[in-house]
Design a protein around this ligand. Structure first.
Ligand code: GDP
Length: 442
């Protein structure tokens, strides 16, 4: 197996190809996962913890109804990898002080200078004033490259082609950028020297002299296994805080990046996806893991799992007697997902329906359907706070919601009335359940 990505794709194929997940297949899949991660130099302890927690979770519960054991296992693996890579939310980027200083490190050719420009572009677009400093005295052309990027972005920069003293360039650059009153200073460094020791020595010296707020390691996603070793080498010399992953527009899937994240404990923040300045985006762990596992077509499964989890949550809240407009909305949403109301009513035994609904004609059904859709539009225009506690809805909020949902304040009030009625019914149901419970216990 070539690298992590290959072996993980094979693993996904193996799970998908199995007729079902029996004890033997489960063991085999977990072993393959361990082997793949260990081969990619992921830390042994982490590999065992990871597979153990997947196994435990898999054994703990039956898959939700409608989800096969194969899909459930895939889902657990997928979720675990996402949590290692930083979780479901997008990477967070904050400048906690002014000026904020970023030191960019990485091997030559990884895309460091290009990524310095991309970060400058990204922050400039957010309204920050950014300055660039080039301290690479080794690679010919580094100065010109940075100068061109800065001129294109129309931002201040500092280069000194006549100096061979990287620390001195960095300090002079900092002074100049402070005078320019920038919010963010990005310092580019060399990626190659006579030998690795020289390179690390210089980077350490720059680090000690400028005491940056963040050290960003640039990793080429096409590098595979080597990436982790390089990440570790840099991390031994300066503490790596975050990662900029480049060349994700290539066919590579970024297996080396996973191992680098694990080795350094740093999270990926930015992703480069092309040669232009605009080809930069915030890292998204979900997208990354899908690509890593070669499972673009698993999106639909993940959506299904998510909606099952949401429905479970609503049911749990209902069973606990928690009823608010959010629960009401989720119920209406799942009802509309089941198809037209007339079909839904046909599926229910007559005795389950409240008397007025047993004799609805087609027009009345159509009318009820329209009202349900209108209510959903109204609730979707409410804030979460309003859904959780509709008692805050005063005249001005009602007016805003009506406007936002393309309905009238009268419609909004009708929904609130209906909701109050439902809430009362749920409350009564709960009380009668409790009475029944006491009766049974007696
Ligand atoms: P440095 O030596 O680390 O400073 O690397 P450079 O910034 O000079 O980049 C090396 C090469 O990689 C250049 O040809 C860049 O255009 C290219 N490059 C950098 N980032 C990306 C990227 O995200 N996608 C692609 N396709 N090429 C990139």
């Amino acid at each position: 197996m070539k690298d992590l990505t290959d072996s993980l794709s094979k693993l996904v194929d193996k799970i998908r190809g199995a007729s079902h997940i029996d004890e033997e297949t489960l063991k085999e899949v977990l072993k393959d996962l361990q082997r793949a991660l260990l081969k990619a130099d992921v830390d042994v302890k982490l590999v065992y913890e990871l597979t153990k927690s997947i196994e435990e979770e898999y054994r703990k519960e039956e898959p939700p109804s409608g989800i096969s054991s194969k899909d459930y296992l895939l889902y657990l693996i997928y979720n675990k990898l996402i949590s290692i890579m930083g979780g479901e939310t997008e990477a967070k980027v904050e400048l906690t002080k002014r000026p904020y200083v970023i030191l960019l490190v990485g091997t030559e050719g990884s895309g460091k200078t290009t990524s310095a420009g991309k970060m400058a572009y990204w922050f400039s677009r957010k309204g920050y004033r950014v300055g660039l400093i080039e301290t690479d005295t080794v690679r010919p052309g580094a100065h010109d490259q940075l100068r061109q990027l800065a001129e294109k972005l129309n931002i201040p920069f500092h280069v000194d082609p006549n100096s061979k003293d990287a620390v001195d360039i960095a300090l002079k650059g900092l002074e100049k950028m402070r005078k320019e009153k920038v919010d963010l200073i990005i310092i580019d460094t060399a990626g190659r020297h006579r030998n690795e020791e020289e390179l690390m020595k210089e980077i350490k010296e720059i680090y000690n002299a400028v005491t940056p707020d963040e050290v960003v390691l640039v990793i080429d996603s096409t590098m595979g296994k080597q990436a982790a070793a390089q990440a570790e080498a840099f991390n031994r010399n300066v503490p790596i805080n975050s990662i900029f992953l480049t060349k994700m527009d290539s066919t590579s899937r970024g297996g080396g990046a996973l191992a680098s994240v694990v080795r350094t404990g740093a999270k990926i923040k930015f992703v480069g996806s092309g040669e232009y300045l605009e080809d930069v985006e915030l890292f998204n762990a979900k997208k990354f893991v899908q690509r890593l596992l070669g499972m673009g077509n698993l999106e639909e499964l993940m959506e299904r799992m998510k909606s099952i989890e949401e429905e479970d949550q609503v049911l749990m809240e209902l069973s606990e007697g928690k009823f608010n407009m959010l629960t009401f909305m989720k119920q209406l949403e799942s009802m509309t997902k089941l198809g037209p109301l007339s079909k839904l009513l046909q599926m229910l035994p007559m005795t389950m329906l409240p008397a007025p609904m047993r004799s609805l004609n087609d027009d009345q059904l159509e009318d009820a359907q329209i009202r349900m859709r209108r209510w959903l539009a109204v609730m979707r225009s409410m804030t979460r706070e309003e859904l959780m506690d509709p008692s805050v809805l005063d005249a001005s909020r009602i007016k805003r919601i009506a406007l936002g949902s393309g309905t009238t304040p009268k419609d909004v009030r009708e929904l609130i009335r209906q909701y109050e009625l439902m809430k009362k019914m749920v409350g009564e149901l709960k009380r009668s359940q409790r009475r029944l419970g006491r009766f049974i216990k007696q």
